[in-house]
Design a protein around this ligand. Structure first.
Ligand SMILES: [Zn+2]
Ligand SMILES: [Zn+2]
Length: 346
């Protein structure tokens, strides 16, 4: 089948993280025709292994999951599942399936090839769930690659960096609690504590390479009662792991130093993605002007694989990722597949 057909059919199937059952079935049906070993990774993840008896193994990753967005692209193959491939993962899967098909037709390569179809990239734990299956203990992978579509980069061009390309990301939820009370009473105000913390995040926490926002706030009971509860949720982004650790400690200390009782919960989504300089220099692709404040759980694979490279594929002037109108020119997918073929020298 053609790469465009893969992309469109997978687009229509759009499913949420760790519930990519139909998507997974579709991919399995394609892979079953290709003579590779197929492994299941948890409930929905899949891997295709082309074992050519070589000493070296190269891995690629595509993501299975879509976002809980009602699609407004007007495309005839638009998803009607309540989910949408608004992050381009349909394109990523199509490129990797196409590569698998090409490898299968040639039935040889200079390395063994492992294609990973990972669940739940947009949620916590997708890449980690793949690592936990021990697939990388059974198959020693030397290098791993992924390509992600990116609006506002020249259409069809590939970009990456030597070293850090994406930031680390940690998500925080902070709840402030008081007994509430009348306006005259000497009671603590949970909304005031939340507000002071938000200002602190903006004015003091965001220094150096740290960026943070509190994108959600809930709180209060009535206009004339000091708020008994207020909650803020947000994200911390950083390029240096030490900056992230420092920011987490500072935010926790500030929140706990407010007049209200508080509960702070911080979860790490992904560490910064640190590209292998050797891999970047090997392929002479465009250099990204500076690292980006985006995060991807692909960075977890660096814990078990010696060299990784995260590559951006320009989608040109299109709607932003994670929006209901995101779409891209399918011709860019051929650039991605060409790059994958270059990696394998096929
Ligand atoms: Zn995304
Ligand atoms: Zn994505």
């Amino acid at each position: 089948m053609s790469i465009v057909t893969y992309r469109r059919e997978l687009h229509t199937l759009a499913e949420g993280g760790f519930c990519e059952f139909e998507t997974s079935k579709y991919i399995k049906r394609v892979l079953a025709l290709l003579g590779c070993e197929i492994m299941t990774l948890g409930k929905t993840g899949l891997a295709a292994y082309f074992d050519f008896g070589k000493n070296k193994t190269v891995a690629f990753r595509a993501e299975l999951d879509a976002l809980p967005i009602n699609e407004e692209t007007g495309l005839e193959f638009a998803a009607r599942t309540g989910y949408m491939h608004a992050c381009g993962h349909d394109g990523h899967m199509a490129m990797l399936l196409e590569l698998c098909e090409i490898i299968s037709e040639r039935n040889t390569a200079k390395t063994n090839v492992l294609a990973i179809f990972q669940p739940g990239e947009e949620l916590f734990g997708g890449a980690e769930s793949v690592i936990k299956t021990d697939i990388f203990k059974n198959i020693k992978v030397d290098e791993m690659y992924t390509i992600h579509l990116r609006p506002n980069l020249t259409i069809g061009e590939l970009y990456s960096t030597s070293g850090v390309i994406y930031c680390g990301s940690s998500e925080f939820d902070i709840a402030f609690l008081s007994n509430g009370g009348h306006i005259d009473a000497n009671v603590t105000d949970a909304i005031e504590c939340a507000a002071r913390t938000i200002i602190y995040i903006k004015d003091e926490l965001c220094t150096g390479d740290v960026r943070a926002i509190s994108g959600v706030i809930h709180g209060g009971a009535a206009r004339n009662i000091s708020a008994p509860r207020a909650e803020i949720s947000g994200t911390l982004r950083y390029f240096l792991p030490s900056s992230g650790e420092n920011a987490k400690l500072k935010l926790t200390a500030f929140a706990e130093g407010q007049k209200c009782a508080c509960h702070v919960a911080i979860r790490d989504y992904a560490p910064p993605q640190n590209n292998s300089p050797e891999l970047f220099l090997r392929y002479c692709i465009n250099t990204l002007a500076s690292p980006l404040y985006f995060a991807d759980d692909f960075s977890h694979y660096s814990k078990v694989i010696p060299k990784t490279l995260y590559v951006l594929l320009g989608a040109g002037d299109v709607a932003p990722l994670h929006t209901s109108k995101f779409d891209f020119d399918e011709n860019v997918l051929f650039s991605g597949v060409s790059f994958y073929k270059r990696i394998l020298n096929i």
